[in-house]
Every structure is written in C-alpha cells, then in structure tokens.
Design a protein around this ligand. Structure first.
Ligand code: AMP
Length: 269
C-alpha cells in the first residue's frame, strides 16, 4: 500500500507530519541494520515435493551484553545421561562445584546463536583441553563455542580467553564450594545476596538464578557483564520471576560423582 493511498485524503498538515514520521522511520532503519536475517533451510523430500523452513542467521559481534552462566555441577550430574562425563563419574580428578557453563552474547531482549563464523564453530583440541579445568566437559566446550562463542566475533581463542577472564572476575562464596550435607536447601534471595557481598560492583539486578527438576535443584547462577567485561544489569532474558520463582533451591552436595536426588524439604536422611 503506497504512502498517498494511506494518507491521501488527510489534510495537508497531517500529511506533512505523516511524511516526516515515515522519513524518520526510514532513517532509523538505515542507521540500525538488523543483527539477523532469515536463511532458508528447507529442501525437497524424496517424492520431489518442497518443504520450507527458515532459520535466523545472526551476525557475529552484534549483540548488547554478555551473560555468564555458572552451572552447579552436582545438579547437572544428578540428571546427566552420559555416564562417561568425567565431571560426574568420579574420574575428573576432583569434586566439582560451580563450573563455567558458558558466556553468552545477549540482546537486551533475545539472543543470537549459531552465528556465521569463518571457523564454522570449530574448536581445536588444544583449545578445548586448556578449558577443561573450569569447563570440565569437552562436549560442553565444543557446544558452547558453536552455539554462543561464534556470536562473540572474537574467534575461538579470543572467546575462551574472554570467558576465562570473566570467570576469574567472579568470586564464588566459599561455603558453596564446600557443600557436603545432602540436605542443603538455600534461599534464592540469600544465595544472590551472598554473591553480591562477595563481589563488589556486581549489580543487584545483574545476577539471576535458574532452578529445575526435583527440589527444585539449583541449576545455574547467571551474571551479566557489559562488552568491556564490567558487571552490569541483566536484560529481560534473565528476568528472575521467569527463571526460578522458588524461594528455596536444593543444592546437591559436592562430591566426586554419582547421582544426587533431592530429599523432600525437611526429610531426614
Ligand atoms: P546451552 O545450549 O548453551 O543452553 O547449553 C545447554 C547444554 O549444556 C545442555 O546440553 C546441557 O546438558 C549442557 N550443560 C549444562 N551444564 C553442564 C555441565 N555442568 N557440564 C556439561 N554440560 C552441561
């Protein structure tokens, strides 16, 4: 539908205002190119009929901030299906508590993923090996770079160097690394308050908690950073009420491996 068709019968002053609005929208759209486009990933079935599917294609380096996800390894291991994961089967060399899940480029609302990257998301083995001390699963290292790291625009070495430097900026309150009591329930607001107390500069709305499964178990603590690596408030993606609305979370104990099922609140073990 053309401009004159839309506004043709309006008085001249309204036409003038409308023209200015349309022109301004044009300038805004030109100034802020979309960070994603559509890619057709459809094809043909065996009988020759076409099927259509579109997938967003995101541009590396175009995002607003980072969220770092720290996974509570004992919760992951409580439901992990891969019995060969050294983090969970006792062969990892040490008990794991919070481990680095990943660092995810974010838009203020939504996030890019699987960005186009010259390395096609490939992680050389030596790069994966040097991350295993804080990301104790090579599958996770490969997955995180392909899905999120490619969107950082930093390349594989740059992404994992940045991830390690953000990880080193966060001090995990020591009592969490030492949880051995299988009946530990923690208040979600207290858990966040302890992180805030241990990390001057961390924003009260720059941390969020994810929970799930029986308990519900603590799954992740997410912490937001600006692109320069400073603590910042999170965007709408980490809206706490949508992530974990429980006032209490179960923290399975840190131990060398095995499954940890949540006792009912107050249950004696
Ligand atoms: P993402 O797609 O970045 O949200 O990551 C989700 C994947 O991370 C899932 O396959 C999870 O099983 C995996 N994951 C989460 N925590 C851990 C962990 N501690 N160790 C290994 N994999 C994990």
């Amino acid at each position: 539908m053309g401009f004159s068709r839309l506004f043709g019968r309006r008085p001249a002053r309204i036409q003038g205002i409308a023209a200015a609005l349309v022109a301004a929208a044009g300038v805004l759209m030109a100034a802020a190119p979309p960070a994603s486009a559509q890619r057709n990933t459809g094809g043909y079935t065996r009988d020759g009929s076409q099927y259509g599917r579109t997938q967003r294609v995101y541009e590396a380096g175009k995002f607003d901030y980072y969220v770092m996800s720290l996974s509570w390894s004992p919760s992951y291991c409580a439901s992990a299906r891969d019995t060969r994961d050294p983090q969970c089967n006792g062969t990892g060399g040490r008990p794991f508590s919070f481990v680095l899940h990943g660092v995810w480029p974010q838009f203020e609302k939504g996030w890019p993923q699987d960005c186009q990257s010259p390395d096609k998301g490939f992680v050389p083995r030596p790069v994966a090996n040097r991350m295993l001390d804080i990301m104790p699963s090579d599958k996770l290292v490969f997955h995180e770079y392909r899905k999120h790291g490619t969107c950082s625009g930093l390349g594989v070495d740059g992404y994992f160097d940045m991830a390690r430097s953000l990880y080193n900026k966060v001090k995990v309150p020591p009592r969490f690394a030492a949880i051995t009591d299988p009946r530990t329930f923690v208040s979600t607001p207290e858990l966040m308050a302890e992180f805030l107390a241990a990390n001057p500069g961390m924003k009260a709305d720059g941390i969020a908690v994810q929970c799930g499964g029986s308990g519900p178990r603590l799954q992740e603590v997410r912490i937001c950073f600006d692109k320069g690596g400073n603590f910042r408030s999170c965007g709408r993606n980490e809206n706490q009420s949508r992530m974990c609305s429980s006032q209490q979370v179960y923290m399975p104990p840190v131990r060398a491996g095995g499954r940890n099922d949540a006792p009912a609140i107050g249950q004696k073990i």
